[in-house]
Design a protein around this ligand. Structure first.
Ligand SMILES: O=P(O)(O)O[C@H]1O[C@H](CO)[C@@H](O)[C@H]1O
Length: 319
């Protein structure tokens, strides 16, 4: 496991990044986190400067296929040239990274000056009304590891300035969520493409068993994934406005009724012909494939949302 970075290394990391950047990009106002297979979001950026994670104090290397290990700085927007920084690749606890390492890039982006962050991820759909390819504007979360003793903010507070007891009831900015739906409308996306829901954070790296999927659905989750929530907490702790967009890359297997091998054997012994069900299995290859198919829509949506964020909002800390 990489050593946990602390707030004391932030100035050093910020200085190393700024040294690699042209003047106009020193203070990005919006951050973007690219989820699995979604690094193509960078194609919306103009005048890009890449800063590899390798060599940045406190940064690790992403080991997951579909995650590059670089920060991309550039400008987005038709109406205005908004300076942004995108993480091409994130860190997940299941890779063996500490939660501090997972949150560190968000804290660095906040120190660089971002006021808002758009966090994207690939996730499994639990809500039966969602289709593969739906984009979910996250309105709330269920932090399963957090509820069971692995809250990312356990331990010494990150810096003397942040609160010990972070409220998360309003973590997902209503103002930014509103802009997401306005942006979808302006892009002419079909209304079913963009929906709202609650994201359940699990540790992974296994996908959910049918019983786990059933449990998560019953307790109110619409989507499930292995990332994002630590990043949301790190951003909110520092007053950064948060928008999370989850791409439904697969449906989580939630059986209406379990297949009964006992009944199948009985039927076989009685000489009856039975039809065997097709077993559904999720794979990361499928997750990346949907990311590729929907990547362009996600890219246009994120660019449009950034274009719609009024300067007054970008320049003020989100409520
Ligand atoms: O959340 P992101 O990084 O998009 O990736 C999602 O896809 C991977 C599983 O296929 C897991 O890492 C899950 O969290």
């Amino acid at each position: 496991m990489s050593p946990a970075p602390t707030f004391e290394t932030i100035p050093e990391t910020v200085a190393a990044i700024r040294k690699a950047l042209p003047e106009g990009l020193h203070t990005p106002s919006v951050g973007i986190v690219c989820g699995s297979g979604l690094s193509g979001l960078v194609e919306s950026l103009r005048d890009v400067t890449l800063v590899p994670y390798d060599g940045l104090p406190g940064f690790a290397k992403s080991t997951v296929p579909g995650h590059r290990s670089s920060l991309a700085f550039g400008f987005i927007g038709e109406k205005q040239a908004v300076p942004v920084v995108a993480m091409l690749g994130r860190f997940h606890p299941y890779e063996g990274h500490s939660l501090s390492t997972v949150m560190y890039p968000i804290r660095v982006m906040a120190a660089l000056g971002i006021k808002d962050i758009i966090i994207t991820n690939a996730a499994g759909a639990l809500n039966p009304e969602f289709s593969v390819g739906s984009i979910v504007v996250v309105r709330d979360h269920l932090a399963l590891p957090g509820l069971s003793g692995f809250n990312p903010l356990i331990g010494p507070t990150f810096s003397p300035e942040v609160t010990r007891f972070l409220p998360v009831s309003g973590a997902y900015s209503p103002a930014l969520r509103r802009l997401a739906f306005l942006a979808a409308h302006q892009l002419g996306l079909p209304s079913d493409d963009l929906v709202e829901g609650t994201y359940a954070w699990v540790s992974g790296p296994t996908y959910e068993s049918p019983a786990e999927g059933t449990f998560l659905r019953r307790v109110g989750a619409d989507m499930v994934g292995m990332s994002t929530v630590p990043e949301v907490l790190a951003a909110r702790e520092l007053g950064v406005g948060v928008l999370v967009l989850s791409l439904a890359t697969n449906k989580v297997v939630i059986p209406e009724k379990y297949r009964s091998i006992k009944e199948e054997v009985a039927a076989e012994l009685a000489g009856k012909k039975i039809e065997l069900p097709v077993e559904e299995v999720v794979s990361h290859a499928e997750v990346l494939e949907i990311g590729k198919i929907k990547g362009d829509v996600m890219r246009k949506l994120v660019a449009k949302i950034i274009d719609l964020i009024p300067e007054s909002v970008r320049d003020a800390t989100q409520p």
